[in-house]
Design a protein around this ligand. Structure first.
Ligand code: ADP
Ligand code: MG
Length: 278
């Protein structure tokens, strides 16, 4: 099985069924994803990029089993995810974790950082007490936060610190695939860069694979080996990151590249002068 990819998505299609339609007896439907295929190898950084509404989050949700595909297959580590039924195997619940855009709404405001991390450790590994507290401190260290943050509540942390805690929580079950859906979009530019560096380091150290979702081509460049460009529910181009930026093939990729101001050479040079960025 060493040759097969960690995640294999084939001809994935997802239709949302909305409320009523003006035609009696029919429900309004929307094809958000229309036959998408890609592979992610173990330890690989794979990015889905495209404008808002192109179907990126929907694909992430299908992999996390939050939405049911209307067609196609999702195979993780040789197991057909769409055939799991109601019970998600424990191994899959550990192996695939997620980091969302807004850490404020994804962290429980009434739990300290220690309690948040200890809860996950208990749920997945049954560890508690001093052992779990020690592991919580290790996780926090892994995301670059000193241990005194363990006693803090999310409201006492900055946006970047909150996102580090959300990443630590995602790492707690020792995942193999991390779905990161716009993980830095809510952060200011210098914090974005620090979080992206952290994600890049973690991938190397832990041999983690990423499905990295972003509307921002500049952001993706730092973390992805492979980039797939989405437009209106389909992938229009997939390629190694540098090739895609320097020799885009699809017209839509060219349009997307032209619309990213931070990829302009002048702006890039200016950004490089800001301390803490890069
Ligand atoms: P992206 O993450 O690329 O911005 P999404 O996957 O969130 O795109 O959404 C793709 C399309 O599906 C959008 O047009 C969106 O309006 C629609 N959509 C998303 N979620 C739902 C839903 N629960 N019901 C109906 N339509 C939805
Ligand atoms: Mg989205």
């Amino acid at each position: 099985m060493t040759d097969s990819p960690l995640l294999q998505v084939r001809d994935l299609a997802i239709t949302y069924y909305g409320g009523g339609s003006i035609i009696p007896g029919r429900r309004r439907s929307f094809d958000a994803v229309k036959g998408v295929s890609f592979d992610i190898a173990a330890g690989q950084g794979f990015a889905l990029v495209g404008e808002s509404g192109s179907g990126k989050t929907t694909i992430g949700r299908a992999i996390l089993r939050l939405v049911t595909p209307s067609r196609g297959s999702i195979v993780f580590d040789g197991q057909d995810v769409t055939a799991f039924g109601r019970r998600t195997p424990l191994s899959f619940r550990r192996d695939v974790q997620v980091v969302f855009q807004d850490p404020r709404s994804s962290l429980n405001p009434r739990r300290t950082v220690r309690d948040t991390l200890m809860q996950v450790l208990k749920r997945h590994f049954g560890v508690a007490g001093a052992q779990a507290a020690a592991q919580a401190a290790e996780l926090l260290d892994q995301v670059g936060l000193p241990s005194y943050h363990l006693n803090r509540y999310p409201g006492e942390l900055s946006g970047g610190q909150q996102q580090r805690v959300a990443i630590a929580r995602a790492l707690a079950p020792k995942p193999r695939l991390l779905v990161c859906d716009e993980p830095v979009s809510a952060l200011d530019v210098s914090t974005q860069s620090q979080i992206l560096n952290l994600l890049a380091d973690l991938r190397r150290d832990l041999n983690l694979a990423y499905l990295f979702i972003s509307h921002d081509l500049a952001v993706v460049r730092q973390v992805a080996d492979i980039v797939a460009v989405m437009h209106r529910g389909v992938i229009v181009e997939t390629g190694p990151t540098e090739t895609l930026y320097t020799q885009p093939a699809a017209e839509y990729t060219k349009i997307l590249l032209a619309s990213v101001p931070s990829l302009e050479p002048r702006r890039r040079a200016r950004d490089a002068e800001i301390p803490g960025v890069q």
